[in-house]
Design a protein around this ligand. Structure first.
Ligand SMILES: Cc1cc2nc3c(=O)[nH]c(=O)nc-3n(C[C@H](O)[C@H](O)[C@H](O)COP(=O)(O)OP(=O)(O)OC[C@H]3O[C@@H](n4cnc5c(N)ncnc54)[C@H](O)[C@@H]3O)c2cc1C
Length: 309
């Protein structure tokens, strides 16, 4: 992992920066590249624009590590309301939640109750996605996801290709007929548990992706989605999908709002399932700094915003 990436991932957890940096206009201007606004209305507007280009949306209300029960319940109610608004528009949008925002640090049972309230409000043919957070949360997140899957089919989980354990996690989930979004992984993890080299992460991603597609074809994975902006990797996976006879509509790529827009549109135009994760909310600092860490060149973009102020 590069020194810059490590430094940014440490900064993403800094309380002082989180409380103060967000007030600088150039930081606010920079984050607007990755999120359409702080409100649900802004996210709905963005989703309408994406829908015109045949691109679906996945909404996420930014926040993590909530330690107050009332706040976790408010987040839950927010998602219930977001689903009501989404259904009202008739758009094909879903939601993706972080379990630590639903109270995982307080109690797994309380967190499950909150997740369950959200899933119960989602339509049967759409998913409530569960994000995967830093490695100390992987076991508890998977345990809650398994519990949810025993009661509801319409829940999906994110798995991270940088973790050595993910192959085993995938194998253990498949008998439950899960839906999986595969990502590379966004947190600072030690080499004892995660591949330190990008090339190894990419190869593991490809191997896991092949296994997911085989499971999908065999009816053991309801939906397999690839959450990545890595265009050569997407093409490799799409070629594999074609060779194995997977229909284009069954091959799904999810990207973040504002990143690789041309590729999002190309996939939708060519008949693949293309979706964009639309983030919104006021608690955006740690999430934004993880986006900078993914591509330190984004710092230049932020510097340009500083000099434009
Ligand atoms: C829909 C979605 C959901 C996600 N959910 C989770 C989650 O639950 N848990 C988790 O740990 N991670 C999550 N991530 C983040 C993920 O783990 C990666 O950190 C992120 O996607 C960057 O990796 P990459 O696959 O795009 O590949 P990379 O190899 O990092 O990037 C490939 C190329 O994409 C472009 N790119 C990538 N990131 C950026 C950026 N921030 N700004 C500009 N260009 C960029 C660059 O051109 C780069 O060369 C999610 C990502 C997506 C797209």
């Amino acid at each position: 992992m590069s020194v810059m990436r490590s430094a940014l991932l440490v900064a993403s957890q800094n309380k002082w920066l989180r409380e103060n940096a967000v007030n600088y206009p150039f930081v606010r201007r920079s984050v607007s590249r990755f999120m359409p606004g702080e409100s649900l209305d802004a996210a709905l507007d963005a989703a309408r624009g994406l829908a015109l280009r045949n691109i679906g949306s996945v909404f996420t209300n930014l926040g993590e590590n909530v330690t107050d029960r009332a706040e976790a319940q408010l987040v839950t109610q927010h998602y219930v309301e977001a689903l009501r608004r989404i259904h009202e528009t008739g758009m094909s949008a879903e939601v993706s939640v972080k379990l630590t925002q639903l109270g995982l640090d307080l109690s797994p049972d309380f967190c499950f109750e909150n997740l369950e309230q959200i899933i119960q409000k989602e339509k049967q043919d759409r998913l409530v996605w569960v994000d995967m957070e830093a490695s100390p949360y992987v076991d508890s997140t998977l345990a809650i996801y398994r519990k949810a899957l025993q009661k509801y089919q319409n829940a999906g989980i994110c798995l991270q290709a940088y973790l050595y354990r993910t192959k085993k996690d995938l194998d253990e989930l498949l008998p439950l007929r899960p839906s999986i979004r595969l990502v590379k992984g966004a947190y600072k993890e030690p080499p004892e548990i995660a591949y330190p080299k990008k090339q190894d992460v990419d190869e593991n991603y490809f191997a896991l992706g092949q296994a997911m597609m085989a499971a999908q074809a065999g009816g053991r994975c309801v939906r397999a989605a690839f959450g990545t902006h890595d265009v050569p990797l997407i093409r490799r996976l799409a070629d594999h999908a074609t060779k194995t006879g997977l229909a284009k509509k069954e091959f799904e790529v999810q990207m973040l709002y504002g990143i690789q827009r041309e590729e999002q549109e190309r996939l939708a135009r060519e008949g693949y399932r293309s979706a964009v994760l639309v983030a919104y909310g006021t608690y955006w600092f740690p999430w934004f700094v993880r986006r900078l860490a993914e591509r330190p060149a984004n710092l230049w973009f932020m510097a340009r915003n500083l000099f434009a102020s």
